[in-house]
Each structure stands twice: as structure tokens, then as C-alpha cells.
Design a protein around this ligand. Sequence first.
Ligand SMILES: Nc1ncnc2c1ncn2[C@@H]1O[C@H](COP(=O)(O)OP(=O)(O)OP(=O)(O)O)[C@@H](O)[C@H]1O
Length: 267
Amino acid sequence: MITTEPPPDPLRITDLEVRFGGIRAVQGVSLTLRRDEVLGLLGQNGAGKTTVVNCVSRSVDASSGRIELFGRDIRRMKPFQVTRAGVSRTYQTAAVFGALTALQVGMLARDAHDRRATAVEYALRLPRARRHERQARASVTQALELVGFSAPVNRRLGELTYGQAKLADLARAVAGEPRILLLDEPASGLSVRERDQMAEAIQRVRRELGVPVLIIEHDMELMQRLCDRTIVMDTGRILAEGRLDELLTRPDVAVSLLGVTPQEAAG
Ligand SMILES: Nc1ncnc2c1ncn2[C@@H]1O[C@H](COP(=O)(O)OP(=O)(O)OP(=O)(O)O)[C@@H](O)[C@H]1O
């Protein structure tokens, strides 16, 4: 009888440990991001959520554990190699790219994704480089349209409203044609209206690209709206995992996230 192996999960983290000097920021974290899901990562400030994402995008080194992207161990890869392997992320603060325009940050993502001409061809603006640049610009414009970016594409992100700057950052992540998307607090600092625009943008990206998404966010309404499954972290460890509405009825989760039990919150 022929047995076929199930395809590897987009992201599988096993027994991840991260120490910063004496701080154990992440302790024995194992999680799987499945195909076709939005997985939420919740937890108080300092719970270790961003550190987990930073390990996947390779801006932080794990002390031990395994991180596999579609079955491939990425722990020794450089950040640009994981980007090429299909990991795209956004940042908590849109100020990271404040000096660049929406078009320029998108072009950066395309550049990291594929360079089809040599540096000399780009410098001399030879036909192959110009053609590639035209294609890249079209992909970035498409990504900006998809997320509903409505400001001028040639204005610096630092001069835009926070909502538009964060949409531009999402478009940058999308323009790199990711196989998985990591979103670090996409709604932080946004007004309610901007937060709703961000939620719609993420839903459109999911529909159009079909990529799995790992999202860190403190905004419960956004998490309820977007997540198929949620993991709650507390002081570096996983405290609970499941559907967010069910998790919030658990006293330990409610105390960890909100500081009160569900009964106290209701009364
Ligand atoms: N580069 C670093 N050097 C030293 N300690 C760090 C570093 N990055 C994170 N930490 C510490 O690791 C712990 C986890 O931080 P992390 O940023 O992952 O938490 P978080 O859950 O993402 O919090 P937030 O919701 O505030 O972003 C915290 O105690 C933090 O101070």
C-alpha cells in the first residue's frame, strides 16, 4: 500500500528557548501555524510574543529549539534568506521605514524577493533591469491597492497618518509574495476607524493570497474578528490555546490577560 506523507505545516516551532542574558524571554514554546489559518498570539507586555516572531524572521537567535518553515529548518538562515524562503513580517511601529515612501518600501520587499538583473544592469539601467523595475512597481502598486492604501505613493511614511503608514507596511509585506505572514501589532496606535480599515485589509489579503497569518495584537475585538485559533503566552510560556471566545471564559487566561476573572469582569 502506498502511503503519502501529509504536506509539512507552513511553520512549526518546537521547544523554543530564548535567553537575553539572565532573562528567559521564551521558555519551551511549541506551536504550529497551519495552512489556511489566522493564528493569534496574545499576552501581556513582555510575555515573549515579539521574541517568538523575531526568531522566525531571524532577527533574534534562539538559544535552543527548532523552527521549521514548510519542513525546512531555518535556524541557521540569515534574515534575507528567510525572506526569500517566504517569510514576510510587519513591525509594531511604522516608524521603521519613516524616511521612505510607500512605493520605496514596497520596492525594497520586491528586491529582497527577486533580483532578476545584476547590480551593473541596475546601475546602467539596462533593459532587463528596467523591465524588472517596471514589473516590481506594478506588484507594489497592486499590493497598495489591495490593502486600501489611499495616500500619495510618493509621500514619506513619516509624513502620513499612522493608519496609512501601517497599511503601507502591510503592503510591503504583501509585495514580497510571502508564503507566511507575521503581523506584529498591526492595530497598535490606530483609531477605531483605522483599526477597522486594517482588519478589512488583512481579511482582503487572506482572501486574495490565501497565506497563513500569525498575528500578535492586544486589541481583543480585532483578534475575535480575525483569528481562527489563539495562543495565550504568559511570562515566556504558552498558557492556553484554542478559540478566543472559549479561552476568555477560563479564569487563568482572563487573569493573565485582563487582570480579573471572568466573573469579576462580568460583575
Ligand atoms: N533584545 C532584547 N534584549 C534584552 N531583553 C529583551 C530583548 N527583547 C526582548 N527582551 C525581553 O524579553 C521579554 C519578552 O519581550 P517581548 O518583546 O518578546 O514581549 P512581548 O510579549 O512581545 O511584549 P509587547 O506586547 O510589549 O510587545 C521582556 O522581558 C523583554 O524585556
